[in-house]
Design a protein around this ligand. Structure first.
Ligand SMILES: NC(=O)c1ccc[n+]([C@@H]2O[C@H](COP(=O)([O-])OP(=O)(O)OC[C@H]3O[C@@H](n4cnc5c(N)ncnc54)[C@H](OP(=O)(O)O)[C@@H]3O)[C@@H](O)[C@H]2O)c1
Length: 327
């Protein structure tokens, strides 16, 4: 099979497209023919091994798993012994958070993993939507977001931000979204009740208080945002922050029995894919696709994602010719 591999950490230039052995499903596994995947900020972090400490999980000197790509949509090609949940020919979508591997023509996953039959209305390219939404949902779950809560989402135009706006609305919360001028219509279309253009005004100075502030792009800090928080309000961020301050602040506040700053880690990905499917089928969630790249342009895809300026998701087309006929 054709796959994008990396055998060293480094810039997108270390990526190579190579022929690799096609995997075979073991007992309890399914073999998926991948049609579409994404290039995400996670892939960029893993490629460069940044932050450095991730090497303790991904391989100290070289990557243990040499194929990146977490989100996928494709077709079950074969099933291993004992598989009951899926059968060949079914269109599926999901994530491979433990070993990645979706930047390839085939991927084997446990049938009990984060994989589900695709919502019938979606094309493969519209179904690679899980990862950013999984992170977004992690924060909203930690907040225990409920109808009536007020949340400010900073960086609402990214993969996590666009998902957070939609999932927060489906919880019944009142959403204020902070984004640049050119993204304001998009975030309104996703359900934001109010928008703030960060290029025109300092969002930390708006005259409103929130139960929750989510920095979905890792470009602000608790200290800048704390005046936006109600008493008892909570701040969360998607990045560690300067000097890893978000983890240190979470520890500090927990020592004084407060949850003023939280830095949660993602939860059960299997349950999440099924949950997201229900939200998509209810018309409450859609992936925001910025652009597509063919596999041959993988290096350009990474370079673009690394700019930090994508809107939502960047799709990598693995199986050419799917655009129209073969949904
Ligand atoms: N290292 C990892 O493994 C990993 C994995 C997942 C997520 N993360 C972190 O999670 C965060 C979000 O990831 P993502 O994939 O959702 O990001 P993303 O899609 O790359 O987000 C970029 C979006 O944020 C907007 N933006 C850029 N600067 C902004 C600013 N100063 N204020 C408000 N909006 C701004 C950009 O639009 P404009 O520039 O047009 O405003 C763009 O639409 C990142 O900090 C990322 O590092 C890290």
């Amino acid at each position: 099979m054709k796959a994008v591999i990396y055998t060293y950490y480094g810039s997108p230039d270390v990526l190579q497209i190579r022929q690799m052995p096609k995997p075979e499903p073991k007992a309890g596994e399914v073999l998926i023919r991948i049609h579409a995947t994404t290039v995400s900020r996670t892939d960029c972090g893993l490629l460069r091994a940044k932050p450095f400490f991730i090497r303790f999980f991904t391989g100290l000197r070289r990557p243990k798993h040499t194929i990146l790509g977490m989100d996928f949509a494709g077709v079950i090609e074969a099933v291993g012994a004992g598989v009951k949940s899926f059968k060949p020919g079914e269109r599926v979508f999901g994530m491979s958070p433990d070993k990645c591997g979706a930047h390839a023509e085939y991927l084997c996953l446990s049938e009990k993993g984060p994989i589900a039959v695709m919502p019938a209305s979606l094309s493969f390219k519209e179904a690679v939507v899980c990862e950013g939404a999984w992170y977004a949902n992690t924060y909203l779950k930690k907040f225990r977001l409920k109808p009536g809560h007020k949340i400010l989402i900073y960086g609402a135009s990214g993969a996590i931000g666009t998902a957070a706006v939609q999932l927060a609305k489906s919880c019944g919360a009142e959403v204020t979204a902070v984004a640049a001028t050119q993204h304001l219509n998009l975030v309104i279309s996703l359900g934001a009740d109010r928008v703030v253009d960060y290029t025109a005004e300092d969002f930390t100075r708006i005259d409103e208080a929130f139960d929750y502030v989510l920095d979905a792009v890792g470009k602000t800090t608790y200290f800048r945002c704390r005046r936006l928080l109600k008493p008892g309000g909570v701040f969360a961020a998607t990045d560690l922050g300067p000097w890893w301050q978000n983890i240190l602040l979470e520890i500090w506040f927990s020592l004084i029995r407060s949850n003023r700053v939280v830095f949660p880690f993602p939860g059960n990905s299997t349950e999440f894919v099924s949950f997201l499917k229900t939200r998509i089928e209810a018309g409450e969630f859609r992936g925001v696709i910025d652009r597509h790249y063919p596999m041959e342009e993988i290096t350009n895809a990474y370079r673009y994602v690394e700019t930090g300026q994508k809107t939502g998701i960047v799709v990598l087309d693995i199986t050419p010719g799917d655009e129209d006929g073969n949904k």
